[in-house]
Design a protein around this ligand. Structure first.
Ligand code: OGA
Ligand code: NI
Length: 334
């Protein structure tokens, strides 16, 4: 099965037909806005909460700087990710699986069993919390993998909690509201690798989707662009910014904020002469948590936009589908 990994081939001469999107679904790269910017928030500034409120309600995406995750650790994390995908095919084959229920697996595209067309991506998906439970089973090659990724996971979790507190305040809720309501959150990681692609205008690294979890923190290769977000019907490039991390609202924060904050569509495109790597950290509500907007957000007479559900139910629904054009949350409207 592992022969399916894109990263096992050094140079792909042509794009296999299973990756070619029909004309109406191609990325139209020439129409992407490359000189606009999503907000950048310096977490040491005085009015962080107001900036978070603006970024979450207008974009659903922002970058953070002075975020407390050491720059050297970000570099090490990126390096170990690159090294992993450079390993020989036999070594990577040990971790290969298409089963989304596995707590550690290497796969390709998005959801091989459900999709009809492929995405130009390989990815390693790890459950990361609690670390003591999962890290021992992670790859032991590259030799520094477990140690570096564990340190990164700890720091990034701390940042995630800090951002959830700022988001609570920005919704005029108690500072700990979201952290409490989301429970002992799971933490998943996707180490994405998008190799050089012979025909980037015909395919995606990761087609448009919203993230099913609560909050996502993305570390991007500082030298290659690829992430794009949808804003007012147009795709905007999220250009990497030195030492920054990208934050986005996931479906669960859209539901918990009763639609005030949007889990926006985003996608990754690929490049002809450069591969790109990214590391996404997903904070996910505890499986049995019931997702419901706080009383305070519906007290003005507005009704709940979504019916109550458990995260377990939502997550199963998400992985039972392809990434198609309906927002998963729409299936939960009340
Ligand atoms: C994701 C994602 C974007 C990227 O993994 O959910 O949106 O730039 N990744 O890799
Ligand atoms: Ni995403």
């Amino acid at each position: 099965m592992a022969v399916e990994l894109l990263s096992n081939v050094a140079d792909h001469a042509s794009l296999p037909s299973s990756y070619v999107r029909p004309e109406s679904q191609r990325p139209r790269l020439e129409e992407v806005i490359t000189d606009a910017t999503i907000p950048t928030i310096d977490l040491t500034s005085l009015n962080v909460v107001a900036q978070v409120a603006h970024a979450c309600s207008s974009y659903g995406f922002f970058q953070v700087v002075n975020h407390g995750v050491e720059v050297e650790l970000m570099r090490e994390m990126m390096e170990v990710a690159l090294e992993f995908f450079r390993l020989p095919a036999e070594e990577k084959a040990k971790h290969y699986s298409d089963d989304p229920a596995k707590k550690m697996r290497l796969s390709t595209s998005f959801n091989i069993k459900k999709e009809t067309l492929r995405n130009w991506r390989d990815y390693l998906r790890l459950h990361c919390y609690p670390l003591e439970e999962f890290a021992p089973a992670w790859p032991s090659n590259p030799p520094s993998f477990k140690e570096v990724v564990s340190r990164y996971c700890r720091e990034v979790r701390r940042l995630g909690m800090r951002i959830l507190r700022a988001i609570s305040l920005s919704l005029e809720l108690e500072e700990d509201y979201l952290v409490k309501v989301l429970g002992e959150q799971e933490q998943h990681m996707a180490i994405n690798h998008y190799p050089k692609c012979p025909e980037p205008e015909l395919t995606f690294g990761l087609q448009a989707h919203t993230d099913p979890n609560a909050l996502t923190i993305l570390l991007q290769d500082p030298t290659v662009a690829g992430l794009q977000v949808l804003k007012d019907g147009q795709w905007i490039a999220v250009n990497p910014q030195p030492n920054a991390l990208v934050i986005n609202i996931g479906d669960q924060l859209q539901a918990l904020s009763n639609g005030r904050y949007k889990s926006v569509w985003h996608r990754a495109v690929v490049n002809k002469d450069k591969g790109r790597t990214s590391v996404a950290t997903f904070l996910c509500p505890c499986n049995d948590v019931i997702i419901n907007p706080p009383e305070k957000l519906i007290a003005d007479g507005s009704s709940a936009m979504y019916r109550s559900y458990t995260y377990d139910e939502y997550y199963k629904k998400f992985w039972s589908r392809n990434l198609d054009d309906v927002h998963c949350l729409e299936l939960f409207q009340s």
